[in-house]
Write a protein that binds this ligand. Structure first.
Ligand code: A3P
Length: 314
């Protein structure tokens, strides 16, 4: 996420100087680019990605807001797509590697270099992004590649990000008590925010073009995992024939299995983040132990305002 000034190109510096910026919750400075808030490093990554990423028709793109189930979907999609090469067994890559390094994160990989090469990825290529639909590289929108989008209840998403931030960036979050963080969240001023616009953009796209964008929720995935996994598999063109295969993948990728693995309990990922930071509780409604009723209401009110009228427009 972080990139020092010295790593920025002149083009990025010029752009940053023209963008609205704020001292952010979670990071020292965030910039508003194409309506969404990012660190300076990510702005550079987005520019490089928009200019240089060429999607293949067979690509599969996982899109999420942070803390909405990215790790889980990375694991599920990886296991689904590569199940012929890697059937569920004691040698499965997910037992030895955290899901994050197995699936490239587009705009983050483009931060340092405009020449990232994804050509070595096995086909179909699987990649992840937190970009809003508006900011996706044109070739993703114009090719026949598929987008799987996952969103989560905003209160659980906020609480997940709150704990993640406190663990990862204790200094930056020190002067952000939870009330101020909820305010920043509701104003959309955090990395990848605003949440609601992100969700609505993909929701509309999934309605307009259901063969291109599949809209999944963390909650449905949790409540009826096998049904949703089959829906995802059909959408990306690798439907199941054997029920046993579905349940094996679901079990392999479950919170209970992944969070207990040594590789996800110890050590750091290539991005410097501790592997266990991506596995906290993995529950629906876990916000109750962190948010007071009044703060929960602030988020609910924002959701109502942002989503008001959207039914009539669908
Ligand atoms: P909590 O903080 O609520 O526990 P992301 O992967 O987008 O960063 O989201 C992280 C959230 O997903 C965390 O939520 C984490 O515990 C949860 N999570 C990670 N792996 C999961 C899995 N296999 N099944 C369900 N939830 C999972």
């Amino acid at each position: 996420i972080y990139l020092g000034d010295e790593d920025l190109t002149q083009e990025t510096r010029d752009l940053l100087s023209s963008l609205p910026s704020e001292k952010g919750w979670l990071v020292s400075q965030i910039y508003q680019f194409e309506g969404s808030w990012h660190t300076q490093g990510l702005v550079q990554g987005i520019l490089n990605c928009q200019k240089n990423f060429k999607a293949n028709d067979s690509d599969i793109i996982l899109a999420t807001t942070p803390k909405s189930g990215t790790t889980w979907l990375k694991a599920l999609l990886f296991a689904l797509i590569h199940r012929d090469k890697f059937p569920v067994s004691s040698k499965h890559p997910l037992l030895a590697t955290n899901p994050h390094p197995l699936v490239p994160y587009l705009e983050a990989d483009y931060r340092i270099s405009p020449d990232v090469d994804f050509s070595e990825l096995p086909s179909p290529r699987l990649m992840q992004t937190h970009l809003q639909h508006l900011s996706l590289p044109v070739s993703i929108k114009n090719s026949s590649c598929k987008i799987v989008y996952c969103c989560r209840n905003p209160k659980d998403m906020f609480v997940s990000l709150w704990h993640f931030g406190k663990k990862l960036t204790p200094q930056e979050t020190a002067d952000y008590p939870i009330e101020k963080s909820v305010e920043a969240f509701c104003q959309g001023k955090f990395i990848g925010g605003p949440f609601w616009d992100h969700v609505l953009e993909y929701w509309y796209e999934s309605r307009k073009n259901p063969n291109k964008v599949l809209f999944v929720t963390y909650e449905e995935l949790k409540k009826q995992t096998e049904v949703e996994v089959k829906r995802i598999a059909d959408f990306i063109g690798c439907g199941f024939t054997a029920e046993k295969e579905v349940s094996e993948i679901v079990k392999l990728c479950s919170f209970e299995s992944l969070s207990k693995l040594e590789v996800n309990r110890q050590g750091k990922l290539p991005n410097g983040i501790e592997s266990n930071s991506y596995f906290r509780k993995g529950e629906i409604g876990g916000w109750r132990d962190t948010l007071s009723e009044s703060l929960a209401e602030v988020i609910d009110r924002t959701t109502e305002e942002k989503f008001r009228g959207f039914r009539s427009r669908c």
